[in-house]
Design a binder for this molecule. Structure first.
Ligand code: FES
Ligand code: FES
Length: 152
């Protein structure tokens, strides 16, 4: 099998994998990074959301071959040491999660939104397509607005 080298949370990794293996399975099964979650596998639920070169992607629908030479950030790489990312802090402050399963993806999507716009409207927030079976959408909206005020 071919080797692919890329960066994950600031560390260079090389994996031996079929070209079309989903990044989600490389992260979870080969690298032991389990923040990104499997929900649907077909780019619908967004539970697997991570960043590639600073942009949110669904890793279930991203081939490992397509991230060679790129920078991948998962929920595990968001904090700077002990310093939580403002979105993580806002999530804690607002007690957003219920079961928690969708939350890594929700947070990565929220960070992507705030990187693109520091003053998101309700419509901007509602355009996030990540599914939450527990229905935490109201608190997600509040937390994104709170995080916007905390962003550097
Ligand atoms: S697992 Fe549902 S979009 Fe990736
Ligand atoms: S917190 Fe349970 S699915 Fe979102």
């Amino acid at each position: 099998m071919p080797n692919y080298t890329f960066e994950v949370n600031g560390q260079s990794v090389t994996v031996d994998a079929p070209a079309n293996l989903a990044l989600l399975w490389v992260l979870r099964d080969k690298l032991g990074i389990t923040g990104p979650k499997y929900g649907c596998g077909i780019n619908v639920c967004k539970a697997c959301t991570c960043h590639v070169n600073g942009v949110a992607v669904t890793t279930c629908s991203t081939k490992v071959s397509s991230v060679a030479g790129k920078k991948v950030i998962t929920i595990e790489g968001l904090a700077q040491g002990e310093q939580l990312h403002p979105v993580q802090q806002a999530w804690l402050d607002r007690d957003v999660p219920q079961c928690g399963y969708c939350q890594p993806g929700q947070i990565m999507a929220a960070v992507d939104l705030l990187n693109r716009t520091r003053n998101p409207t309700d419509a901007d927030i509602d355009a996030i397509e990540n599914v939450c079976r527990c229905g935490t959408y109201g608190r997600i909206r509040e937390a994104i607005k709170a995080a916007a005020a905390l962003m550097p």
